[in-house]
Ligand binder design. Structure first.
Ligand code: ADP
Length: 482
């Protein structure tokens, strides 16, 4: 058997072995160990924070051109290597190869967008209300930022945190999710070959309870950007607020997709199937709650089930696979538990839900559609984070909108309709940070803000030019030339 490769953390410009190692296991084939990845302890996390702090003055003083050059080089390399890195992504996370390559392409575009954003800067100059005085509203870097990522987008989410952090002159300690260190390490390796000062970017792989917690607790980490579960996010927000650190958190969703009687059936079915089940449903923007008006309900369900029957669930890297495996046993158990709860509470499993065996040992589950559910049932209230969606009936648009908004979450909301009146109303009144008309709730552009309302998100938006709200601090400077 060939030697399993080992991967180290990147701290203060050096590759550093961890206190421990963790195998990165392919969810399509649990016999395939991608590598052994260093696991830092809290002391190593502290060393990374110290390195980022030491590097901060130099990187904060870098020119827009220097920042552009670093970020643009990363974007170009990701683009050139997107097939290879996309393959690694699919191998460690389980989304299909097309999805893995697509995500890598997106990460490249994000780096290129923020390369240009470094040039654009973002300050303003205004005349004072006092004669002869001018006012500069300066955007300055925050300092050391701690970036904590989840496993479901192993390269895009790191990219949309790291790129704006560096573009705006901050230094970074990045902690990827335990399940997907491969793309994170690859990104760190690319960054290690740029002209970034030593310590401006640090990769610290390890447990959330050790490394993540060290970032949350360290007074030297001035801003925390987190994407992950509601429970962890809420604790992190409270801890950051207590020590007056900036915080940005993206957490769960229970995203509604409203389908009205006048919807184009093909468009609605595609939107539902795409956003509920692709990427194995493991997206915080997944439309897991499909609200359908009476006149189209039965036709819609029938067409969705017909489409689901055509989806191939198999090894993520196999040609023809539509839906890769669930990320791990814990997530698979969670999916099955929610399907069971939905049935016990009165829902009907219209299709799927079963665990299936393939040539390789992996966590394969057929996407599940549960009908006959109400908005009060557990399946409508809690995020599953897997290929499981439920259908709730509504009498008309007004009821559908009320149901869509009856949730603690508010990340993404969609409507399928040919009525301009309803679409326009929904755009204004859906309680969500992102609204989609005749489109899947998942699948967003890389150059515009991303984020939610209510229980889904906290703090300023990520991505696009809006990212500067989080990654900069405002200074107002008054000048009287004398
Ligand atoms: P999930 O249950 O889907 O893995 P988590 O919220 O636990 O979601 O994980 C998201 C990220 O948060 C991961 O990188 C994880 O390691 C990290 N994390 C977990 N616990 C903590 C913690 N106490 N402090 C900081 N980060 C944490």
């Amino acid at each position: 058997m060939s030697q399993i490769p080992e991967f180290k953390n990147h701290i203060a410009g050096e590759w550093v072995a961890g206190a421990d190692q963790r195998p990165n296991i392919n969810p399509s084939d649990t016999d395939d160990v991608i590598g052994l990845y260093a696991q830092a302890d809290a002391a190593q996390a502290e060393a990374a924070i110290a390195a980022a702090q030491a590097a901060f003055p130099a990187w904060a003083a870098s020119t827009p051109q220097q920042r552009f050059d670093v970020l643009d080089a990363v974007g170009s390399e990701l683009l050139a290597r997107r097939e290879e890195i996309g393959r690694l992504l699919s191998r460690e996370e389980g989304k299909t190869l097309a999805e893995g390559v697509g995500e890598t392409h997106r990460a490249a575009m994000i780096f290129k967008f923020f390369a240009a954003e470094a040039l654009r800067g973002g300050g303003e100059t205004l005349a004072s209300v006092r004669p002869g005085v001018s006012v500069d509203v300066l955007r300055q870097p925050v300092g050391v930022v701690g970036l904590i990522a989840p496993w479901n987008f192993p390269i895009a989410i790191p990219a949309w945190k790291i790129a704006p952090a560096l573009a705006h002159g901050n230094t970074v300690v990045f902690k990827p999710a335990e399940l997907v260190p491969g793309c994170a390490w690859t990104l760190a390796e690319i960054l290690s070959r740029t002209a970034l000062p030593k310590g401006a970017f640090n990769l610290v792989m390890g447990a959330g309870s050790q490394v993540g917690q060290a970032l949350v607790d360290s007074p030297r980490v001035r801003a925390l950007s987190f994407t992950g579960s509601v429970a962890t996010g809420r604790r992190l927000i409270a801890a950051a607020a207590a020590r007056q650190a900036k915080v940005q958190a993206e957490m769960g969703g229970k995203n509604p997709l409203v389908v009205l009687d006048d919807a184009d059936l093909g468009v609605a079915v595609n939107a539902a199937v795409q956003s509920a089940f692709f990427s194995t449903g493991q997206r915080c923007t997944a439309s897991s709650r499909i609200i359908v008006t009476d006149g189209i309900h039965d036709r819609f369900v029938e067409a969705v089930v017909a489409k689901m029957k055509t989806l191939k669930v198999d090894h993520a890297l196999k040609a023809g696979t539509d839906i890769g495996p669930v990320v791990d046993q814990r997530q698979l158990d969670q999916n099955l538990r929610y399907i069971d709860i939905a049935r016990r509470e009165g829902g009907t499993l219209a299709f799927g839900g079963e665990v299936v065996e393939r040539e390789t040992r992996g966590f394969f589950q057929v996407p599940a559609l549960i009908t006959g559910t109400t908005n009060a049932m557990t399946i409508s209230r809690e995020e599953v984070f897997g290929p499981v969606a439920n259908v709730v009936r509504a009498g008309d648009y007004d009821e559908a909108l009320a149901l869509a908004n009856d949730t603690e979450f508010g990340l993404s909301a969609g409507i399928c309709t040919q009525s301009l009146k309803h679409a326009a109303h929904f755009k204004l009144h859906a309680q969500a940070g992102m609204v989609m008309v005749n489109l899947p709730t998942a699948g967003v552009d890389y150059h515009v803000p991303f984020g939610g309302t209510k229980g889904s998100s906290y703090g300023p938006r990520e991505q696009g030019s809006h990212a500067r709200e989080f990654y900069t601090t405002v200074k107002t400077a008054y000048t009287f030339p004398g």
